[in-house]
Write a protein that binds this ligand. Sequence first.
Ligand code: KG4
Ligand code: ZN
Length: 321
Amino acid sequence: MNVLGIETSCDETSVAVVQNGRQVLSNTTISSLSEHKRYGGIIPEIASRRQLECIYPVLEQSLAKAQLKLNDIDAVAVTTSPGLIGSLLVGTSFARGLSYSLQKTLIKVNHIHAHLYANFLTGPNQNNQKLPSLPAVGLVVSGGHTSLYYLKDFYRFKLLGATLDDAAGEAFDKTARILDLGYPGGPAIDRLAKTGYNNSIHFNPAKLPGTYNFSFSGVKTAVLYHHQKHQKDLDYSVEKVAFSFQDSIVRILVEKSIRACLKHKVKTLVVGGGVAANSRLREELLKEGKEQGLTVYFPAMEYCLDNAAMIAGLGFHELKK
Ligand code: KG4
Ligand code: ZN
């Protein structure tokens, strides 16, 4: 069964075809990110206008890549929430039109759940040959969300905890802005931190003990005060600040994710969202996971960021339900 997926929740316009919920036949994505850079964040109005311009060409490209025609599609899956309302409106209206004209079922998909589902895809660029087993704990770390879930199956995503303020990616983006590293901040901080290892600067996110909740806005403020106080010091190193900031975020994400796995007696941890691309997070989760006898899965880079393959994949299971 071929499910066509449509993802337009933020700045990416993405259309994919996924067979039987697993095999990615095509996943075509265009991003308007470069147009937002000079504003230091996504401008919803620009994002939705670009979605409108891109959606049809992206559909055509995706079908061509899958070597399929619209008539070969069995169902249409679309992100309905969460996301920027103008951007979502483009994708959902387009999907409704398609499903109506093709007389095929329309499936609503939750974007955050789909980020975790990205670990269950197989395809030309997906490196997970061995699929994760369920039940699992899922950590979603993106620009808009930071949540921990207990996944019994693809129909039940039980929320264990979430951020009370900034999302992890948002903290990376805001901190990068303080350090004048441009937007998006995650990749820039990740790159700089590689040469900034140190034990001298410490930022401590709120621990919120006894919960699986997170709070990252204090770390960002701590970086701001540190930067204002020390930026003119002769030995000031932005690499060291980037390292310490990243380390503090990674430590708390690793600690809570591993604790959730042990508490719920699961052997599998699946990670999703843009921050899952972070090299230190990958390294530390794999290391800690191994020590605790857990298998940790990350999607291939292409499926960490927003993409329609994860929407089509999870849509297949929604359809079966
Ligand atoms: O999942 P995503 O594409 O969009 C949302 O659904 O939010 O995630 C984008 C976020 C941005 O905040 C970006 O800074 C962050 O992912 N990101 C990273 C890295 N690559 C992207 N954060 C840390 N390290 C990275 N290597
Ligand atoms: Zn996302």
